[in-house]
Write a protein that binds this ligand. Structure first.
Ligand code: 4AD
Ligand code: MG
Length: 464
């Protein structure tokens, strides 16, 4: 018999009741007595388990004994309306095949709830829990929503390199890529590392952002987006930073900072609405177990207009708030998470897009405002998250961009190809980067970024 996924059993229940079905999955619980036994089976297609009812006239104890939590099996049986409360349908088992047992003494995921910290230590098994299967299904749905948003609007998916010789954000937090023997590093006569003998013949690293190559795509195809892994060797052990995370970076020719903000707001709302419409069971489960306000918060972000505000205005609000911040605020400082969250959660009670940051705290490629002090940067700040998107209008003037590159002493010989966009047919253009895990954090209501990516990479941790 052909297997039916458990999600489809529930979705098509009215048509399938009274029919023989075949299900395959992993045992969540097993209970009962010598007359009747119940197994809750889950196959990952939905948060819901299907209850399998074993009439002990037809099965022996010996046969059912291996069905402990975590064991995998295949059941054929009759789909019926459930007698018991708590479920709508169940299967009256006719045949059982056991694929793999899971020794209860050794299998770490027993019935009781485990802490998220413990589950991080067994990240290879945690997708089998309700929480992680829900998070991973939402994550997958959001990835689909992102691709379909851009594809429906004429953006082309551009794959930018993961190995690069340029530091897009200029923060120097890059992981080196080399095939050199670290125990025997080749040196030049002056004693410096001789990269000419390395694989690429020069220093290379994992990319922190695909933006620079994204700009090459946008100034040819009009509108592109990237969606890929990025790497940052910053030693930030926070619930919002990963050393390896996924970023979505749209880049669009002929749009300015205001249209860029429109795009970011519309895009975020689309993704969250998609999850609310398509991941209802999972979001309800997460809301019930982790964050009672989750659905309300998601709906309010979808329905409310984001506040747009300059950095200078934002600093004024923070200064006048009288609130005692751990990091003091004054014009010129980079905003900390506590400042961002004060503006969003306490002051406006809505997402905020901050623009016009001091040029000193932003990257070299951002367009300078007429005041000569601020740049057309934009950060989208979200409740519970802080910065979820960072972006800007780009400096399209060759002279001004060169000015910034010289001011910041960025090595020119690595940048010649980027500068060519400004030498040949330069246009106004803008883009931004969305941290995928920050979006998944927001939509699932989880509070630690390590719990929304299957296998997190953080300082001193690269297990699995
Ligand atoms: O603000 P960032 O550094 O911007 C850029 O990389 C630009 N090149 C984007 C662009 O304009 N195309 O990073 C963008 C977003 C942040 O807003 C945040 O959501 C996320 O990426 N992010 C991280 N997420 C997880 N772990 C980290 N270490 C992150 N660093 C940034
Ligand atoms: Mg940023």
């Amino acid at each position: 018999m052909k297997r039916t996924k458990i999600a489809d059993l529930f979705a098509d229940a009215s048509a399938l009741i009274g029919q023989e079905v075949c299900v395959k999955g992993w045992v969540r619980t097993h209970r009962g007595n010598k007359y009747v036994q119940f197994v809750a089976l889950n196959d990952g297609s939905t948060i819901k388990n299907i209850q399998i009812v074993f009439d002990m006239n037809a099965f022996t104890d010996e046969q059912l004994k291996p069905l402990t939590t975590g064991a995998a099996c295949h059941v054929d049986g009759l789909l019926v309306e459930s007698q018991g409360k708590g479920q709508t349908i169940e299967i009256q088992a006719k045949a059982l095949e056991i694929y793999g047992t899971a020794d209860p003494e050794a299998y770490p995921l027993q019935k009781k709830g485990h802490s998220l910290e413990f589950l991080r230590e067994i990240a290879h098994l945690r997708p089998r829990t309700n929480t992680f299967s829900a998070v991973l299904r939402v994550r997958s749905a959001l990835a689909f929503a992102i691709h379909s948003y851009f594809q429906q609007r004429g953006f082309y998916y551009l794959n930018t390199p993961l190995i690069t010789a340029s530091d897009c954000e200029g923060a120097g937090a890059m992981f080196q890529v080399t095939t050199m023997d670290l125990n025997n590093i080749p040196r030049t006569e002056e004693g410096a590392v001789d990269y000419s003998t390395d694989f690429f013949g020069k220093p290379t690293a994992l990319t922190v952002s695909g933006q620079l190559e994204g700009e090459l795509g946008a100034t040819a195809l009009g509108a592109i987006y990237t969606f890929g892994p990025t790497f940052r060797a910053e030693n930030s052990n926070t619930p919002r930073h990963l050393a390896e995370f996924w970023m979505i970076e749209p880049e669009v020719a002929f749009i300015d900072i205001n249209e860029n903000m429109d795009l970011a707001e519309d895009f975020l709302k689309h993704c969250i609405r998609y999850a609310l419409d398509n991941c209802r069971d999972d979001i309800e489960f997460l809301s019930e177990h982790y964050d009672k306000n989750l659905i309300g918060r998601l709906e309010s972000v979808v329905n409310e207009e984001f506040v747009r505000l300059t950095y200078t205005e934002g600093i004024r609000i923070l200064e006048e708030s009288g609130h005692k911040f751990e990091f003091p605020v004054r014009w010129g400082v980079d905003l900390q998470s506590e400042h961002e969250r004060f503006l969003v959660e306490k002051h406006f009670k809505r997402p905020v897009i901050l623009t016009g940051y001091p040029k000193e705290i932003k990257a070299f490629y951002m367009k300078l405002n007429d005041d000569g002090k601020t740049v057309r940067a934009m950060d989208v700040l979200f409740p519970a998250i802080g910065e979820i998107i960072g972006g800007s209008e780009r400096e399209e003037s060759y002279e001004k961009l060169m000015g910034r590159i010289e001011e910041l002493d960025i090595p020119m010989k690595d940048m010649w190809w980027y500068l060519d966009t400004r030498r040949f047919g330069t246009v106004p253009h803008s883009g931004f980067g969305l941290g995928f895990e920050r979006l998944v954090l927001f939509v699932t209501g989880m509070t630690n970024i390590r719990d929304v990516i299957p296998f997190p990479r953080t300082p001193k941790s690269a297990e699995f």
